[in-house]
Design a protein around this ligand. Structure first.
Ligand SMILES: [Zn+2]
Ligand SMILES: [Zn+2]
Length: 65
């Protein structure tokens, strides 16, 4: 069983795990971040804020509960 990304429904690529225990492609999570004003997990709507550094190609997740 593959891990599927709930955003693009494909196999996870460069998976990123959120503090609410959901996994997404890094690119998908970036897109959600850019296009969603709520900055929430697309699955469970947990409030989620994170910073994206394109320079070193990492996502730093910061969770506000
Ligand atoms: Zn995806
Ligand atoms: Zn979640």
């Amino acid at each position: 069983m593959y891990d599927c990304c709930p955003v693009c429904l494909g196999r996870l690529r460069r998976q990123v795990k959120t503090p609410c225990k959901h996994t997404f492609c890094k690119n998908c999570l970036c897109n959600v971040y850019k296009h969603s004003p709520a900055k929430a997990c697309p699955l469970c709507r947990a409030p989620l804020e994170y910073y994206i550094s394109k320079r070193n190609s990492t996502i730093k997740l910061v969770f506000f509960s």
